[in-house]
Design a protein around this ligand. Structure first.
Ligand code: TXA
Ligand code: MG
Length: 319
């Protein structure tokens, strides 16, 4: 684990170009990066995460020009990129035949997921490496995403050549995944950019591809995901024996063995930033489970509720 100095970033870029894996901070969550043009590095990412091969990876690039070199941009994609990049939005676009990106990245799909992250360390690393970098969240498959370098160390430890430490992630939930390969834009995963903000500029977004309706178009839509070890109970209005409470807002509930508040002032951005770290902190065997108070289904609340529903989903479908 290394603080994100200029030297550490240069070293990290060298490691990436040599085919090694580097964990780095983005504004959403920490990513496990590898050179997206290197098949062996891509295989190493799937192995380190124990991730199913059919679940494709997001390619990170430093700017729109670098994104246009690997995927086709129509007017909608250009508009979305101009307004939301760098930032927590991933666009699913048609791959350019000459992209140079490993086929393992997109798990055989013709579409490529691309994002320009805003975190200064991620930006520096991408400029230094001058390569598209594939990076899933830096957790073992099925676990809660890491929002600090310490979370990455605890989850992946030896599996990575370097962990660049940039402190806690500001957004705290993963990027919004928007599919622009069909006539109507489709939301594949709610995330750090609110659906309302996308619809304001792109018009209606199809949300029917909501999780678990059918075989997932975006395999991150599989039900149980982001799961702590303890059972998670949503929309709690009272305590059950031995439970810990994940609260939201000024009015909390009595009778819990422990309580953490996502945002005492009821702010959804603050709640998103705290979500994964607080789930990790409450995930202790001395409790019988984690109860979560209701969160409004608007703005970043959609992403928060999506992750909480997965955390609470039956575990037999877990990946
Ligand atoms: O915020 C984020 O997006 C973080 C940071 C590190 O950038 N990354 C992240 O990656 O969350 P990951 O691998 O945990 O989630 C990627 C999501 C999955 O739901 C995956 O199925 C979807 O993006 N995805 C990737 N490529 C796709 C494609 N070609 N078509 C449809 N969905 C795709
Ligand atoms: Mg993930």
């Amino acid at each position: 684990m290394r603080p994100g100095t200029a030297e550490a970033v240069e070293r990290a870029a060298d490691l990436l170009l040599a085919g090694k894996l580097v964990a780095f901070p983005t504004e959403t969550v920490y990513g496990l990066g590898g050179d997206a043009t290197n098949d062996a590095a891509m295989a190493a990412i799937f192995a380190a995460k124990d991730r199913p091969r059919f679940n494709p990876l997001i390619v990170h690039v430093c700017d729109v020009a670098a994104a246009e070199a690997i995927a086709r941009f129509d007017d909608r994609a250009q508009l979305a990129a101009r307004l939301f990049w760098p930032g927590p939005l991933t666009l699913v676009l048609t791959r350019r035949p000459d992209s140079g990106v490993s086929l393992l990245v997109s798990a055989g799909l013709d579409a490529l997921a691309v994002r320009v992250p805003a975190h200064p360390l991620a930006q520096q690393l991408l400029y230094c490496a001058r390569r598209p970098i594939a990076a899933p969240s830096a957790n073992r498959s099925g676990r809660v995403s890491p929002t600090t370098a310490q979370h990455v160390g605890a989850d992946l430890g030896d599996g990575v050549a370097m962990i660049l430490d940039g402190g806690p992630c500001h957004v705290g939930v993963e990027s919004t995944v928007l599919d622009l390969t069909s006539a109507r834009p489709a939301l594949l995963r709610p995330g750090g950019v609110a659906l309302e903000d996308l619809e304001r500029v792109l018009g209606r977004v199809d949300v029917a591809a909501a999780p678990d309706r059918h075989a997932p178009r975006s395999p991150g839509q599989l039900s149980s995901h982001y799961a702590p070890a303890l059972p998670v109970r949503l929309d709690a209005t009272s305590a059950r024996a031995g439970e810990a409470l994940l609260a939201f807002g000024a009015e909390t509930l009595p009778g819990f063995a422990e309580m953490l508040n996502l945002s005492p002032r009821g702010d959804l951005a603050e709640a998103a930033a705290n979500l994964f770290a607080m789930l990790r902190r409450l995930d202790r065997l001395e409790f019988s489970g984690i109860a979560v108070m209701p969160i409004p289904e608007e703005g970043l609340g959609r992403a928060i509720n999506d992750r909480l529903r997965r955390a609470a989903a039956p575990r037999d479908t877990r990946r």
